[in-house]
Design a binder for this molecule. Structure first.
Ligand code: UTP
Length: 408
């Protein structure tokens, strides 16, 4: 893209501030900035003016969950079905590790965080250990896809290699990078992170399948006969991966997606709630859950919207391919964005200073034809690390790991 073309594009989207330092740049940096301007979608930032308009919900009704009593009574049947699928290579695991983990405040990828007390025990290691429990039982390895972003890919790949994949066979591990989106101030103006570079952040975890396809990995998925993807977040150290009972239950119910859920601790707990929206499976974020829905009861007298998702889903590959071109809603998220101040100095803000633009994996559920919400025991499967201290922190996750017999 030439400078004139870049100016035309930036003017159209009201982003001329991006060229503030252009004249100071050397030729290579000029070219790299023009390339970045060319490659960046600048239409989404206009939404910063009215973020509330982005959420338009349909009619919400309850979706029945498979609860623990039923799961326990059919566990061996489900486990057999799940293990058969795993042994025949039909199940892959997909780790979402492209996020920035800004709340934890470490510059390293979140998975490199050491949760050990008397020894080293990294978050990535906890996840691989959990996966190995299943592959040991099945007597077969499964493919593990790891989504990173431009910001943390090199460090993540290097770390896994250095640690010898924590004993998992390297040929079963596939890395790919997600896309980025420009980050802005509250007026939707794109920040600079260097004089010759716009501030960008990963564009949310919702684009994982598109990114996997764009990385050229779909042929391998077909060649390996992968029919299911167990997608999970990096930060839950009790994450049960490729859980055969969950896999078997989703297959037996003939659903195109399964979602692990936990009973909500309180009606106003801050978790996305599984439901139907206009008759299709969906997840309503806690901030969209009205008082009425929060207090609604089902025919058994239990809260009607009582199950929250824990970012562990099992997607059927054929469903993913059918929804591949469907667009996901945009979410505007307030975050801390490192950027240049008015004097051109880099600042790392202590509190949020603008917006990131994301698509979320939870919105993919609404694109699926049928969903099995599958209840799990919170204390055994849900120990998220989001913050340094307090709720969902390193300390709370360490306590839960110890409770589950993991030596720290
Ligand atoms: P979070 O919603 O906790 O976001 O991600 P985050 O960026 O990691 O953390 P904060 O909000 O900045 O503190 C939930 C899961 O989705 C992945 C994360 O790596 C985590 O596993 N994720 C998030 C991506 O893979 N890509 C993204 O763009 C965002």
């Amino acid at each position: 893209m030439t400078l004139e073309e870049a100016k035309a594009k930036l003017e159209k989207f009201g982003q001329m501030q991006v060229l503030k330092y252009y004249d100071e740049l050397d030729d290579a940096s000029k070219k790299s900035l023009l390339d970045q301007i060319d490659a960046t979608d600048m239409s989404i930032q206009a939404n910063a003016a009215h973020p509330e308009d982005l959420v338009k919900r349909g009619a919400i009704t309850p979706l029945e969950c498979m609860e623990i009593a039923e799961i326990e009574s059919r566990a061996s049947e489900f486990e057999k079905t799940g293990l058969d699928a795993i042994k025949s290579g039909k199940v892959a695991a997909l780790l979402l590790a492209g996020g920035m983990g800004t709340r934890l405040g470490s510059d390293d990828p979140k998975g490199m965080y050491n949760v050990g007390k008397t020894r080293n025990l990294y978050i990535f290691e906890c996840l691989i250990n959990n996966l190995k429990k299943v592959t040991d039982k099945a007597g077969a390895f499964i493919h593990l896809y790891i989504m990173t972003s431009e910001k943390n890919n090199d460090a993540t790949v290097r770390f896994f290699k250095e640690k010898n994949y924590f004993g998992y066979p390297g040929e079963y591990v596939h890395f790919f990078m997600q896309s980025m989106a420009a980050a802005t101030d509250y007026e939707g103006k794109i920040y600079l992170e260097e004089k010759g570079r716009m501030a960008t952040s990963p564009n949310g975890n919702g684009g994982w399948f598109v990114s996997l396809v764009n990385a050229g990995l779909l042929d391998g998925v077909h060649a390996n006969g992968i029919e299911w993807f167990n997608v999970f977040a990096v930060d839950n150290v009790l994450q049960q991966i490729a859980d055969p009972v969950f896999v078997g239950a989703t297959i037996s119910r003939k659903c195109t997606v399964g979602a692990k859920v936990v009973k909500k601790a309180a009606p106003d707990e801050k978790v996305g709630v599984i439901c139907l929206e206009d008759g299709r499976p969906s997840i309503v974020e806690y901030y969209d859950l009205t008082e009425d829905l929060m207090n609604a009861k089902n025919e058994k007298g239990d809260p009607a919207y009582n199950f929250g998702v824990i970012l562990n889903y099992l997607f059927a590959t054929e469903q993913l391919e059918r929804i591949l071109n469907g667009s996901l809603p945009l979410h505007i998220v307030e975050k801390k964005i490192p950027c240049l101040d008015e004097n051109g100095n880099l600042i790392k803000p202590e509190s949020p200073n603008g917006y990131k633009y994301e698509n979320l994996v939870l919105d993919m559920i609404h694109q699926c034809d049928s969903c099995l919400p599958f209840e799990v025991i919170r204390e055994k499967e849900f120990a998220p690390i989001k913050n340094k201290t307090g709720v969902d922190s390193v300390e709370s996750a360490q306590a839960l790991l110890e409770k589950n017999g993991v030596i720290l």
